[in-house]
Design a protein around this ligand. Structure first.
Ligand code: SF4
Length: 355
């Protein structure tokens, strides 16, 4: 009988390595060594495997209700071949998104994937990395004499599934050999050990998404805890990667100033001096759209996430689609406070933007 998962973890207790409950495979994926290896691995582990004609249309994930289907989809791995080798743009921080995977095992209430991948929240991994890298090389060659940057976390958290595919390490080492190529990605997971000895050649900026402990505990179930991320950032810094922190979403809660100062002070203690020389921060305030709010309330009905439109400012976006951000007075207070604390604790670091 199909297994159903009724509730995602309520409290964030630190992420375990993800093992899927269900696996789907595209027939073409079996032509690639990674596809074959994964199927053998899951067969040995007794995990149910089904074939699917396309990784874009997986049918048969169990669940009586939409919420059950959503929960089970997040426990489903789809092994596929990336056919579209036209990379999406990823402005302003990179020229292109590097497609290694789509979907994430985490349950962050405010995750952008809630709306971006819509009705297909299962985890899709791609086994044709040689073709993906060949395409990346083509893009690099199209811009002679200029750095071309690739973002590997546009549609997934690549560290959360690295123990399954090893694709991120392959990408880091591929970009390490590219004179004019650079890679960046962001993670909320601490499973970084397999990446520490990668030949990165300082061509990859390894970023962690960090937040005040209160925010991580309440809104980011299924991801690594504050202290796990902190320890992982320390290891990554020691491994010589250029490091970055995305503080997002900056969230207004009782005691936010203390919470964010504590976060930055702990980061300061954890980092080796070399990490300070090339360190970046990106600051993103909490925002939501009407569609996101309704999906969040449907999928996480007990969420404490504050999404009261009347307390927000409506910011118009492209194509008439706007979002709710903090009113200017709160946004400016968050920005000023965070920038002041970053300057105090990390005088050499660069704040890339606040949005
Ligand atoms: Fe989304 Fe990132 Fe959370 Fe995964 S870790 S659910 S990609 S916000």
């Amino acid at each position: 009988m199909a297994k159903t998962i009724l509730e995602a973890p309520k409290q964030q207790t630190g992420a375990k390595l993800f093992v899927p409950d269900y696996v789907f495979v595209e027939p073409n994926a079996l032509q690639y060594p990674l596809g074959k290896e994964l199927v053998e691995r899951y067969q040995q582990q007794g995990i149910p495997i089904q074939m699917t004609t396309s990784h874009n249309q997986v049918r048969g994930i169990p669940g009586e209700t939409d919420v059950e289907k959503f929960r089970n989809a997040k426990r489903t791995l789809v092994i596929g071949v990336r056919k579209t080798l036209k990379f999406e743009p990823s402005k302003p921080s990179a020229e292109y998104a590097l497609p290694l995977a789509t979907g994430c095992v985490g349950h962050c209430h405010y995750c952008y994937l809630n709306t971006n991948v819509g009705s297909r929240p299962y985890i899709r991994i791609y086994v044709n990395t040689d073709e993906i890298f060949a395409q990346a090389e083509k893009y690099i060659r199209e811009r002679p004499g200029e750095i071309t940057r690739f973002e590997a976390a546009c549609t997934s958290d690549p560290v959360s599934i690295e123990h399954i595919t090893g694709n991120l390490k392959r990408a880091i080492e591929f970009i390490g050999q590219q004179e004019w190529g650079r890679l960046r990605f962001v993670t909320k997971f601490h499973h970084v050990d397999s990446l520490l000895d990668a030949k990165h050649n300082k061509h990859t900026r390894f970023r962690f998404s960090m937040n005040a402990d209160y925010v991580i505990k309440n809104f980011e179930p299924g991801t690594s805890s504050f202290s796990q991320r902190l320890e992982a950032a320390g290891k990554v810094a020691k491994a010589g990667y250029p490091l970055g922190f995305i503080l997002a979403p900056l969230y207004w809660f009782d005691g936010w100033e203390k919470g964010y100062t504590e976060l930055l002070e702990k980061l300061r203690q954890e980092l080796v001096p070399e990490a300070m020389e090339d360190l970046t921060f990106e600051l993103i305030q909490h925002r939501f759209t009407k569609i996101a709010k309704s999906l969040i309330l449907q999928r996480y009905p007990k969420t404490k996430l504050e999404m009261n439109e009347v307390e927000r400012k409506y910011k118009w976006g492209k194509y008439g689609k706007g979002k709710y951000v903090y009113p200017d007075v709160k946004a400016k207070a968050l920005q000023a406070y965070l920038e002041k604390e970053i300057a105090r604790l990390f005088p050499q670091a660069r704040v890339e933007y606040f949005t």
